[in-house]
Design a protein around this ligand. Structure first.
Ligand code: B12
Length: 243
């Protein structure tokens, strides 16, 4: 038993206090909400009431967290991606402010030896209420069945109510010693309501993701700056020359 005088509300406020100004958003969920949706091989090995958080980066992350410290994140001493280093740095420092032990941090790019992703961050974003995860089955209705050929693989995409597709889902934190039976589920905002718009969204995300128009499926309050777009469309090796 680990003594901890923080409740989930205090954890959320502390994380938001540190991360929001950097362009990083935090939402809470419980292991059970995630595990209830995924197949057994993706389930997280913790009790249902275990507290988790999902961390997003929104458009201002690039200007607020990344650009001011470029020299740190572009150091030659390792081959890690500078954006990934920046995110890990800020998550770790936010956690060190919390003074809680036993936090597992899982990043979106982490792959297990069986080649499966460690955590499905889109499902986490949906169950935490951060961003609705539109999947193929959301395009069915009572009388209109599956829109696509049954052999075609259609990947799903999360849409944020304020930033549309202009964000990324970067990490899931598991607070192994924190249980909160009282945490209430917050449904995500369903911002792409019609069947046609959902089909359009998934067509764009699957067929034309390189044109990035899927990100504008709804009106947004802020998008990536021209510099940020240029940075991300450039091949990783060349990116430092864009800055
Ligand atoms: C592997 C991967 C790819 C692969 C395969 C894609 C795939 N979805 O399988 C490839 C290389 C093709 C790819 C491409 C892209 N990707 Co990608 N990719 C991933 C990664 C690492 C894992 C996805 C995965 O393997 N899922 C496994 C499958 C089985 O999961 P699933 O289909 O969601 O199924 C689960 C759910 O359906 C759930 N479930 C069942 N019922 C229900 C019901 C509800 C209500 C809910 C919520 C869940 C749920 O259970 C299932 C599992 O049992 C994720 C990051 C991550 N760690 O999650 C990024 C991620 C999905 N990719 C992303 C992006 C942006 C892209 C690209 C645009 C390229 C880019 N990075 O810019 C392209 C676009 C896709 C395309 N047209 O090719 C983003 C999507 C962001 C968003 N807004 O949703 C992610 C989340 C990365 C991130 N950091 O933000 N990607």
């Amino acid at each position: 038993f680990t003594f901890c005088d923080m409740d989930s509300h205090a954890i959320l406020s502390k994380l938001r206090e540190t991360l929001n100004p950097l362009g990083m958003e935090t939402y809470l969920f419980k292991v059970g909400w995630y595990n209830d949706t995924v197949i057994p091989s993706f389930k997280l090995p913790y009790d249902n009431d275990t507290l988790c958080a999902v961390i997003l980066t929104i458009p201002s992350f690039f200007e607020n967290a990344f650009l001011p410290n470029l020299s740190t994140f572009f150091s030659q001493s390792d081959s890690k991606d500078p954006i990934d280093k920046c995110i890990a740095h800020h998550i770790n420092s936010a956690l060190s402010n919390l003074d809680i032990n036993g936090v597992e941090v899982m990043y979106d790019y982490e792959i297990l030896p069986n080649r499966r992703p460690k955590v499905l961050v889109q499902t986490a974003a949906h169950v935490s209420g951060a961003a609705f995860y539109y999947q193929r089955h959301h395009c069915n209705s009572k009388c209109l069945n599956d829109h696509w050929d049954k052999n075609r693989r259609i990947y799903g995409v999360c849409i944020h109510p304020k930033y549309g597709g202009w964000f990324a889902i970067r990490a899931v934190l598991v607070f192994k010693d924190m249980k909160d039976p009282d945490l209430q589920i917050q449904p995500p905002t369903d911002c792409v309501k019609s069947r046609n718009d959902r089909i359009d969204l998934l067509e764009r995300f699957n067929g034309n993701w390189k044109d990035w128009t899927y990100r504008d499926i709804i009106p947004v309050v802020e998008k990536y700056s021209e510099l940020q777009k240029l940075y991300f469309i450039t091949a990783p090796k060349e990116r430092k020359h864009t800055l």
